[in-house]
Write a protein that binds this ligand. Structure first.
Ligand code: MN
Ligand code: MN
Length: 398
């Protein structure tokens, strides 16, 4: 699909609300983007005021293509409000290697497709070598050297760093350091003749193509100091989810993945017709990565400010600290996304639970609602809701 000529007239959305507000757009426009952003073209009547941009798609970033894989990133440069976390989407071919490197930031990752082998060595000389597959996450603390290599089928994953200004193209790499160290220093450091280093890369390698590694057993390196005691790996999808009427939630933070002390996450599934309930987070901003499906999120900033953004697989979303929000599935398949926080804990406040646990007279009089509303409240959290027959209709923009 390349231009609007291929669309029937009635398929071209117009910036006109049901109440007649607006007028047709005959001018220069990107119709496909308007179709992808129905709530920007025709904002819900409840939207109001000014809000920073809370969406950036990986499809609007430049790929870095290498033999062995690719990467692209959404950082504070792309999405200025996103100061707490930065994301890198990376793919490695079978055998493709994200080279030995380290950085000042912690690295959290979710494997989307395929499998990889990860390696790390800590300051005590203990090592960690493990294979990760779909639904697994890993965490490397700041400064700990590591690598990632695609296995038989290659892989794709999302990396999240605990600093919005991070760039994966600005890390400390083994090849880079070698290239910028005099050969006689390398010779002295390793106690070997200079000629042993004559073929080293002249610059940072970043990603390169290598052979698919053998079995874990085959590649095992026995450290005299043992292996790293806290696992750098966690099987998130293997975790029993919180199951609610509208979907599922899997929470991972330092309580069940102890190494991950600076990044907490929830993997959320919103089934068709479901809503991630009205809530906010009392600890930090939320950085989101949309894995499948499509949805829309409205963010409430106080003082009458509320803004709706549309999201689909491959998008990054963001919610500033404590701003109220909810996410609706606007598609026909499950919407899966990650809620990420620069924090040791996942924390959220449920609007419904707050009301349920506050004196009922007070809530009733504050909102001028009847006993029906009070009786329908839930003292237990239900992060993703779906209440037939009140199923919401995605195209009912009024
Ligand atoms: Mn890294
Ligand atoms: Mn949230």
């Amino acid at each position: 699909m390349s231009n609007s000529d291929e669309l029937q007239y009635d398929q071209v959305p117009q910036p006109i609300r049901k109440d007649g507000a607006g007028s047709p757009d005959y001018g220069p426009r990107d119709v496909w983007r308007d179709i992808e952003n129905p709530d920007m073209l025709v904002p819900p009547l409840t939207d109001n005021g000014l809000m920073p941009n809370l969406k950036f798609s990986f499809s609007d970033t430049n790929m870095k293509l290498n033999h062995g894989g690719w990467s692209r990133e959404v950082t504070q440069r792309e999405l200025p409000i996103a100061t707490t976390l930065a994301g890198v989407n990376m793919s490695l071919t079978p055998g493709g290697v994200r080279e030995l490197h380290w950085h000042q930031q912690a690295e959290w990752s979710y494997m989307i497709l395929g499998r990889a082998r990860i390696t790390a060595v800590d300051q005590e000389g203990r090592n960690f070598i493990a294979d990760v597959g779909p639904g697994d996450i890993w965490y490397f603390p700041p400064g700990i050297p590591h690598s990632i290599q695609g296995l038989e089928d290659g892989c794709e994953f999302i990396l999240v760093f605990d600093d919005g200004s991070f760039s994966d193209l600005n890390t400390l790499s083994i090849s880079d350091w070698f290239a910028h160290t005099p050969k006689d220093v390398l010779s002295a450091n390793f106690g070997l003749p200079k000629k042993d280093f004559k073929c080293i890369p002249k610059d940072q390698v970043y990603i390169f193509q290598d052979n698919v590694p053998g079995s874990l057993e085959n590649q095992k390196v026995n450290s005299p100091y043992g292996t790293i005691s806290l696992s750098f790996k966690h099987k998130l999808m293997a975790q029993d989810p919180i199951v609610t009427s509208g979907g599922t939630v899997r929470i991972v933070d330092s309580t069940n993945f102890p190494i991950s002390i600076t990044i907490a996450a929830a993997l959320v599934e919103i089934k068709p017709g479901g809503v991630r309930e009205l809530h906010w987070h009392p600890n930090n901003d939320e950085w989101q990565y949309y894995l499948t499906g499509q949805g829309r999120m409205t963010v409430f900033a106080g003082n009458g400010i509320a803004k709706t953004f549309d999201y689909r697989a491959g998008d990054v979303g963001y919610v500033p600290f404590a701003f109220g929000h909810y996410i609706q599935n606007t598609g026909t398949e499950s919407l899966w996304f990650l809620e990420m926080f620069k924090s040791d804990r996942f924390e959220d406040v449920s609007l419904n639970q707050w009301m349920a646990l506050t004196p009922h007279e007070l809530v009733k009089d504050n909102l001028n609602v009847g006993p029906n509303v009070i009786n329908g409240l839930h003292q237990k959290k239900s992060p993703v809701v779906k209440y037939p027959p009140y199923t919401y209709h995605p195209n009912n923009n009024d």
